[in-house]
Structures are given as structure tokens and as C-alpha cells.
Design a protein around this ligand. Structure first.
Ligand SMILES: Nc1ncnc2c1ncn2[C@@H]1O[C@H](COP(=O)(O)OP(=O)(O)O)[C@@H](O)[C@H]1O
Ligand SMILES: [Mg+2]
Length: 201
């Protein structure tokens, strides 16, 4: 019960941040996607990664589809998350080529059809580009509230975890987020303008 006020404000913050990104115009979204794709592929974290998890934009998220096309053209192997068939509120990553056939899952988000031969074990990914609702300067991440990425990545020993880069519109930054024990922190956040790398001890 003691954490009730914090949890309530987390929920309110989600709503507020989601509404703001949903209000971005198509033109603003398009420009943000172009800007992201023009700077992020040159970053050393991307240059050093060959197996990269990406996502398809939903709910006003910063759209990485142009970025994915560039990475694919540069020979990177891409993977897309899909809802795990039996591990509750976890994700699986499967090989992805831009343009491949996708189907909506129960949240209406497009994903590849489950094909065991195409599943990429999480520890084989060098990097995951993940969506978020809010972030702060310390690399804390607020998601949509399902804890999917936290559970999926949290199941791996720290030494085997891929590098995690959250993608977000600049306006999704907040002063400070209260990190819970299960929240997996981000190594970097890339906005349409720049890459923030929080200092870690
Ligand atoms: N590794 C985990 N083990 C158990 N429960 C988890 C784990 N990660 C997240 N959860 C649960 O998922 C729920 C949503 O997590 P939260 O961090 O608030 O969502 P999001 O990361 O999507 O913003 C929380 O109630 C939390 O207890
Ligand atoms: Mg979380």
C-alpha cells in the first residue's frame, strides 16, 4: 500500500506522455523518423552491433522504420519482438526483413508469425532498440505498463544482456523517474536530435 501514490502518478505520467506523442502530426512524425535515421546509424553503438532488435511504431512512438531499412541495407541482421506464446507478458525476438508479412497481435501491434526456426535467442542480440513512454537523464525507462521488456530482459544474466537503446521523441524526457527493482535501465536513449548516454559508475 505504501507505494500506491507512486504507482498512481506513474499511471498519470504515462497517460500524459502518451497523449502528447499521439498529438504529433504525421508531418512531425515523418520528420522525426528521417532525423533519427540520419544520425543513429553513424553512432558507435550501432556500428559495433550486427544483430539488432527493433520495433514497429505504435501509439505515436518514434518510428524506426527508415532506420531499420538503412541498417538492413548495411547488412545488419534485424529482429522484431512478438508476444511469447506461453511465457506470460514476455517477448520473443524473430528474424525480420523490412517488408515481410506481419500479422496484428492481441494489442493490434504487427508482428511476424511465430516460426521457431526464425527465433533469435535474446543473448544473441547485440543491441535492442526499444520503444518507451518516458525516460530520464539517468536512463530510467517508463513503458506502456505491461513490463514486457523488463520481464524479457530481466530474465537474462546482466553479463549476457544486449545493449539497450530506448528510442523516443525529445518531448518524452521527464526530469526524473522512480526506478522500481524490476525496471531494466537503458544504456542510451536516442531521440530525433541526439543520443543521450547516462553516466554509469
Ligand atoms: N522481471 C519482472 N518480474 C516480475 N514482475 C515484473 C518484472 N518486470 C515487470 N514486472 C511487473 O510488470 C508490471 C509492469 O511493470 P512496469 O515497469 O510498471 O511497466 P513498464 O516497464 O511497461 O512501464 C509491474 O507490476 C511489475 O511488477
Ligand atoms: Mg518498467
Amino acid at each position: 500500500m505504501t507505494d500506491q501514490p507512486a504507482l498512481t502518478s506513474r499511471q498519470q505520467l504515462r497517460q500524459q506522455l502518451r497523449r502528447a506523442r499521439q498529438q504529433l502530426s504525421q508531418q512531425q512524425q515523418r520528420q522525426a523518423a528521417i532525423n533519427l535515421a540520419s544520425h543513429l546509424p553513424e553512432h558507435s553503438l550501432l556500428q559495433h552491433a550486427s544483430q539488432i532488435g527493433v520495433y514497429l511504431a505504435n501509439d505515436g512512438e518514434l518510428d524506426p522504420h527508415l532506420l531499420a531499412e538503412i541498417l538492413h541495407a548495411r547488412g545488419k541482421q534485424l529482429a522484431l519482438p512478438l508476444l511469447h506464446p506461453f511465457a506470460r507478458q514476455q517477448l520473443l525476438f524473430q528474424r525480420y526483413q523490412p517488408g515481410m508479412k506481419l500479422l496484428p497481435n492481441r494489442f493490434g501491434i504487427l508482428e511476424p508469425k511465430l516460426d521457431k526456426s526464425q527465433v533469435v535467442p535474446l543473448y544473441q542480440l547485440d543491441l535492442i532498440l526499444l520503444p518507451l513512454v518516458g525516460f530520464d537523464g539517468d536512463g530510467n525507462r517508463l513503458g506502456m505498463g505491461g513490463g514486457f521488456y523488463d520481464r524479457t530482459i530481466g530474465a537474462l544474466p546482466v553479463s549476457q544482456r544486449p545493449t539497450l537503446i530506448g528510442l523516443a521523441h525529445r518531448q518524452q524526457q521527464v526530469t526524473s523517474l522512480e526506478n522500481q527493482w524490476w525496471d531494466v535501465p537503458l544504456d542510451a536513449i536516442a531521440t530525433e536530435q541526439e543520443v543521450h548516454q547516462p553516466y554509469r559508475h
